[in-house]
Design a protein around this ligand. Structure first.
Ligand code: SF4
Ligand code: SF4
Length: 321
């Protein structure tokens, strides 16, 4: 609990997102090692015990177990972060277009059929637009948020993040209340404005923030869109964060969705006070080549190269926080 309390007190959260659907144990361990070592103070994982344990091993390898917190993502069925791609074989003509679009290497061809490795798929949707036949769909593959939470309660974790994009405010509030009755530690929420619009989402956030010390909001812009190191991808994120600040909601505010090395600088230039930045797609892609080598933990050159890039990212973001 001290780890998360220190992060909240210092108002400088630098979170690395493995992705709520990322169940690739080897990748999670390598990414957690690189980003914990390089100055990120929180690692966000899927709600699976083996994934949390992999993240912990990575943090331990980096010798940061006393300072780097683990945040576990759970979510509603309607939230994109908890969906995975599936192939409709009746429509697939095996053109292979989708294979190269997947940055998680989750799509492959075997025995003249296209498959998606469910454990590697993070639901980013990149493959969907590449399919000329509309043969790729998204499905929610997880249990309810509370069941997901109950399955990981035996792990020593530092906070829960509830991904709650839905147009059903009652469902969000009821589920959030159930989560808080199960888990007594810090519970943050991750949401964007796409389903509710400004007035309804502010009213919802105010209700969730009531009687909630250290309420954590991850203000999402365009989920899983941070591929390039530009300013454009994060405009939605900072606009939403600004809306939350202008409504005087007492919250620890983290920017996410389209985030990259320029996010904290952009927030500062916009006059929007944020307490942290979560980076997923951009950070994963940044070190993909290095962590993909088969012997990453024996390969000093690959480790050093990944750490050099990750440290540069961490230092740049922290400079403006
Ligand atoms: S491109 Fe994204 S959604 Fe499609 S299979 Fe790969 S990770 Fe999953
Ligand atoms: S792009 Fe569509 S049609 Fe082509 S291989 Fe992938 S799923 Fe099949």
């Amino acid at each position: 609990m001290n780890k998360i309390n220190n992060i909240l007190k210092n108002k400088k959260c630098l979170k690395f997102i493995c992705a709520a659907g990322n169940e690739n144990i080897k990748e999670v361990e390598a990414l957690s090692f690189v980003y914990a070592y390089s100055g990120f103070n929180m690692i966000d994982t899927a709600a699976k015990r083996e994934v949390i344990q992999a993240a912990k091993r990575g943090i331990k390898r980096a010798e940061k177990s006393n300072t780097v917190a683990i945040c576990v993502s759970i979510g509603l069925q309607s939230d994109i972060h908890l969906t995975k791609a599936v192939i409709n074989r009746t429509k697939c003509d095996i053109c292979e277009n989708c294979i190269n679009q997947c940055e998680q290497n989750a799509i492959f061809k075997e025995d003249e059929k296209i498959y998606i490795d469910e454990k590697k798929c993070i639901g980013c949707s990149n493959c969907i637009s590449s399919c000329p036949n509309g043969a790729i769909l998204k499905e929610h593959k997880y249990k309810s948020p509370c069941e997901m939470l109950l399955n990981v309660l035996s792990e020593d974790i530092d906070c829960i993040e509830f991904h709650c994009n839905s147009d059903n405010e009652n469902l969000i509030l009821e589920t959030y209340s159930q989560i808080k009755s199960i888990y007594k530690g810090h519970t943050g929420v991750c949401l964007d404005r796409s389903k509710l619009g400004d007035d309804r989402i502010i009213s919802l956030i105010k209700k969730m923030a009531q009687d909630n010390d250290n309420f954590i909001i991850q203000a999402d812009g365009n989920p899983m869109s941070g591929k390039n190191d530009d300013y454009n991808s994060k405009i939605q994120t900072i606009a939403f964060a600004d809306l939350i600040r202008k409504n005087n909601i007492p919250a620890f505010l983290i920017a996410s969705g389209g985030t990259n090395s320029k996010t904290s600088e952009f927030a500062k230039l916009s006059g929007t006070a944020i307490d942290g930045v979560s980076i997923g797609s951009f950070a994963r892609k940044l070190v993909k080549e290095e962590i993909s080598v088969p012997d990453f933990f024996e390969n000093k050159a690959a480790q050093e190269s990944a750490i050099e890039k990750a440290k540069k990212l961490a230092d740049t973001v922290l400079k403006y926080l």
